[in-house]
Design a binder for this molecule. Structure first.
Ligand SMILES: C[S@@+](CC[C@H](N)C(=O)[O-])C[C@H]1O[C@@H](n2cnc3c(N)ncnc32)[C@H](O)[C@@H]1O
Length: 181
């Protein structure tokens, strides 16, 4: 790496660090939110959700459903994250309960609550659905709340990668910038 130059997509502060050392350093300051994604159809958005979860320093990433997921958009950022696998949303919900984490769905389903006015808890798992049906029925039941991102145009939804970035950043604004509880 020293001979060829470090061409990895890492911030300058981590240039030439070994992967394990970077993960160790990130582990010291990870945030309280986790990111979970339903994976039943090899959705191409999953990689981009993972990359954003790394950028905003999510505690962990959870793949719900099939273990094989579409890594293309992740740009290798999954190597710097801890990734857990759950067979379905009910299993994920049990895991959340055991760790005292609130499971919050993100989808613009009927009855969902606006993310813009919801007080996101510090310790939570944000669960995203896939192209097409969005959050599965099982996931909707497993979540303690489902939050929608306000839209104003004609499309039914934004893509899951964009929705994940908006939701994670809402958590960051609430908990990483000294806003009042
Ligand atoms: C392409 S959407 C499909 C589902 C959507 N309910 C629909 O009716 O078309 C895929 C995923 O992106 C996220 N998403 C997209 N738009 C959203 C919005 N306006 N509010 C919250 N989540 C959204 C959700 O996680 C959703 O499960």
């Amino acid at each position: 790496m020293l001979l060829a130059g470090d061409r990895r997509n890492v911030v300058d502060g981590y240039r030439y660090w070994q992967l394990e050392s970077i993960v160790e350093d990130l582990d010291e300051r990870r945030h309280g939110f986790h990111v979970a994604i339903e994976n039943f159809s090899h959705d191409f958005n999953i990689g981009s959700v993972v990359r954003t979860a790394n950028a905003f320093l999510a505690a962990e990433i959870h793949i719900v459903g099939r273990r094989r997921w579409n890594r293309r958009g992740a740009m290798v950022t999954d190597r710097y994250q801890h990734v857990r696998y759950h067979s379905d949303a009910t299993t994920l919900a049990e895991w959340c309960r055991a760790g005292d984490l609130r499971l919050i769905g993100i989808d613009n389903l009927p009855g969902s609550v606006p993310l813009e006015t919801f007080d996101l808890p510090r310790n939570c798992v944000l669960l995203f659905g896939q192209e097409g049906e969005g959050l599965s029925e099982q996931a909707r039941i497993a979540c303690s709340a489902v939050l929608s991102i306000a839209q104003f145009g004609s499309t039914r939804s934004i893509n899951a990668g964009a929705a994940a970035a908006v939701a994670m950043h809402a958590w960051i604004r609430r908990h990483s910038f000294g806003q009042q509880p």
